[in-house]
Ligand binder design. Structure first.
Ligand code: HEM
Length: 424
């Protein structure tokens, strides 16, 4: 069992639980074991003091899916799945029901199924036993290809859910593109996020198969006023001017799909753009500090805009120095991405830093920003990236290498299941 982290099941409580071993199945408890050890785990987990688990859980049910407006957690496991050859509409519908039940359980700190029958494979892979839930959220999305002619869903495809057009500054690796379905699992515990994706994949064996997957090791955005601004691999604060979930009018205007959609099942949902963006860290790390700050348009240490003030001072894009030179250069990232220079366009960024190790040919680090952003209409991202991809000073140091678009349905009420409205 993994060593518990703060807020999780302590070793002392775990050992204490072992002395009071119960037998058999504990409905609703996190672990269900046949042997003494399994039963001990079940007992120890169910003896978690009231409040401990609740303090680190995020409601699965609600008007919107969790994992969009809810505070961004520290870790990510993101998977793109394709429907397996031969699987039909009923299989996928059944699987989405199973995923709903499993997600509900996992986000409450329960196993997805029992680990008790010695003669069958365990119904939960088990690696998260003893880890804190860490505010686990699991967010589901449907890719454009889910609505082709295989499952009879063509009439349910929202018009805006189409493959993203070719965009500047991308060199897409076909191994990191698209997908029929996606699962974004976020938790403050990396193992718990991974466990969520793995167990959904396990339930989907024969019906869906992995298309691609990415793990994120540090959040690069702030989605709530309760959070401080983290840093990305550039070493800069990221998320300073992100939308906050408390800005409900902006969320309605920019993030949640409303009555404008041609598909009623998507109302209250959101579009998710995923872009795997490589950062050429070796080049960036050789760049002078002043140049780095001009590339972004902000101070590296404080996060303040180069026009002055502190981190949250609004940038003044008109401000010039004594020689009339713009303090925030005309190709600075924050200028080109700002809503002021994009007819009010805003997106909710929720990305993570990632690394896939070292390029065996060059010895360079393979990593960057796994950019995730939610929006009311994919065109918000397309228009921003058309501008950024052709003019952003940051382009010298980054390249988009993976891409996908998904439509995330709205949240569920208890008793509701993902897919029911699609396959109805
Ligand atoms: C590796 C790629 C990227 C890095 C390292 C990066 C980094 C940053 C940083 C450091 C900021 C300033 C702090 C903040 O307000 O959050 C920022 C702002 C922003 N970025 Fe990026 N970014 C990347 C890619 C993108 C992409 C692809 C988009 C959208 C197409 C985007 C959209 C934005 C927006 C909308 C802002 C807020 C600008 C403002 O209104 O001040 N970024 N980014």
């Amino acid at each position: 069992m993994a060593e518990p982290r703060d807020g999780g099941l302590s070793r002392r409580r775990f050992l204490g639980g072992m002395s009071a071993v119960g037998a058999g199945v504990t409905a609703g408890a996190m672990a269900v074991g046949a042997g003494a050890a399994g039963a001990a785990v079940a007992d120890a987990l169910s003896s978690t003091p009231p409040g401990t688990v609740e303090a680190e859980t995020v409601d699965f049910y609600g008007e919107h899916q969790a994992g969009i407006a809810t505070p961004a957690q520290d870790r990510l496991a993101f998977a793109s799945f394709d429907v397996a050859e031969g699987a039909g509409a009923n299989d996928v519908r059944h699987l989405l029901r199973q995923w709903t039940t499993a997600t509900d359980k996992m986000t409450r700190g329960q196993l997805v199924g029992s680990i008790s029958d010695p003669d069958t494979p365990a119904l939960d892979t088990g690696e998260a036993i003893g880890s804190p839930v860490g505010n686990l959220t699991v967010t589901l999305g449907y890719g454009p290809s889910l609505f082709d002619d295989r499952l009879g869903l063509a009439g349910k495809r929202p018009a805006a859910l189409a493959d993203l057009p070719p965009l500047p500054n991308e060199d897409l690796d076909p191994d990191y593109v698209g997908g029929d379905l996606c699962v974004q699992a976020c938790s403050d515990d990396p193992l718990v996020a991974f466990h969520a994706v793995r167990n959904l994949a396990r339930l989907g064996m024969g019906i869906v198969e992995f298309n691609w997957m990415e793990l994120g090791f540090g959040r690069t955005s702030t989605t709530s006023t309760a959070q401080t601004t983290p840093r990305n691999l550039l070493g800069f604060k990221d998320g300073t001017r992100n939308i906050r979930s408390q800005q409900t009018d902006l969320m309605d205007r920019s993030v949640w799909v409303g009555d404008e959609t041609d598909q009623s099942w998507l109302r209250g949902g959101s579009y998710l753009v995923a872009r795997r963006i490589r950062i050429f860290v070796e080049d960036w790390d050789r760049d002078y500090l002043a140049d780095q700050e001009h590339v972004i348009g902000r101070s590296k240490v404080t996060g303040a805009p180069l026009s002055g003030g502190t981190e949250f001072t609004p940038p003044n894009f008109e401000a010039v120095d004594g020689s009339g030179v713009l303090l925030i250069p005309d190709d600075a990232h924050i200028r080109l991405a700002s809503f002021e220079e994009n007819a009010g366009t805003r997106i909710l960024r929720r990305g993570y830093s990632f690394t896939d190790g070292i390029d065996p040919e060059t010895g360079d680090l393979l990593g960057g920003l796994f950019f995730l952003a939610f929006m009311k209409d994919p065109y918000q991202f397309i228009s921003l990236q058309q501008k950024l991809g052709s003019a952003d000073a940051l382009n010298e140091y980054i390249q988009h290498t993976g891409s996908a678009l998904f439509a995330c349905p709205p949240g569920l009420s208890p008793g509701g299941y993902f897919g029911d409205d699609l396959f109805a």
